[in-house]
Write a protein that binds this ligand. Structure first.
Ligand code: 7PJ
Length: 286
């Protein structure tokens, strides 16, 4: 990983090594509590199922649990704030002492405030904290934030994504958003950035970003978090439906890490953890 990188990400009371000798690639496990989520079909909609899924991820070696109550798949209908809170809060309360940092995937300042008060360690906002109140909602805590790039809105983002220079534009946007976050009082060691694979991007855009991902890391000097797991670009390359994209997703996670990612957001925790162990063993033998 590049020398200019920050060595750790402050994540609530956790300090996660993300570069330097103490670091290894980290695995963020996806815990959806959305009845209409596009890849696990609401399988974990009930609290009990969500908690047993979390327990399994912990046993499998997850580093961060990312709890999401709003489906952001292309064309998904919006979920009300009350419904989002109703889905997410019980999971945060139940897992707050599980020993792993809890991230919450939300775009709403009110949800951010409530989950942080309940003990969440990280806010993962797929809108990159565009809502004017969202930076204020997180500035008074020591949570980590993930600033993700998205072109457009989830309902329409895949209609006609366009860039003249996707790597340059995404990098510039992330840099600008990061400056705003720092100006709002958020320490740089609390921030990671994400190119937002699949969010207002064609498969060609995603592949170009993945191939040149290191440039994004260099543009900001901040740790990169990336999510490619089961996404449609993997489906397009392999010709596989969403339930058969595990191997393609693990390959993409390894490439993402090779190209500078510090954290990979995945559905298949056990498989990704094993693949990264092999990756590291080879790396450290070099
Ligand atoms: C991402 C996300 C991603 C971050 C989703 C899915 C769609 N958060 N939330 N990065 N994707 N930070 O899981 O396929 O790529 S929802």
């Amino acid at each position: 990983m590049p020398e200019s990188s920050r060595e750790y990400l402050q994540c609530g009371h956790y300090r996660l090594a993300v570069a330097g000798d103490a670091a290894r690639p980290l695995v963020m496990g996806i815990l959806n509590v959305t009845p209409d989520s596009f890849s696990d079909g609401g399988q974990f909609a009930s609290l009990d199922l969500a908690l047993s899924h979390a327990e399994q991820m912990i046993a499998d070696g997850v580093d961060i649990i990312d709890i999401g109550g709003e489906s952001t798949r292309p064309g998904a209908p919006p979920v009300s704030e009350d419904e989002e809170l109703r889905r997410v809060m019980p999971v945060v309360f139940a897992l707050r002492d599980c020993g792993k940092p809890l991230s919450v995937d939300t775009r709403r300042p009110k949800v951010m405030r409530e989950v942080l008060a309940a003990g969440a360690d990280m806010i993962n906002d797929i809108e990159g904290f565009r809502d004017p109140d969202s930076l204020a909602a997180v500035s008074d805590s020591d949570c980590a934030i993930c600033i993700m790039h998205m072109q457009g809105e989830p309902q329409s983002m895949q209609q006609s994504p366009h860039y003249d220079d996707v790597v340059g534009e995404v990098g510039e946007w992330l840099r600008e958003r990061t400056s705003r976050a720092i100006a709002a009082g958020i320490a740089a060691e609390r921030i990671c950035i994400d190119p937002g694979y699949g969010f207002g991007k064609t498969a060609q855009h995603n592949l170009r970003l993945l191939a040149r991902q290191q440039d994004l890391q260099h543009a900001t000097g901040l740790p990169l978090l990336v999510g490619l797991s089961r996404k449609s670009t993997i489906g397009l390359i392999t010709g596989k439906p969403v339930e058969h994209r595990m191997a393609g997703s693990v390959a993409a996670a390894l490439l993402a890490v090779t190209n500078g990612a510090s954290i990979v957001r995945v559905h298949d925790v056990a498989e990704t953890v094993d693949a990264l162990k092999v990756w590291r063993a080879v790396r450290s033998a070099g």
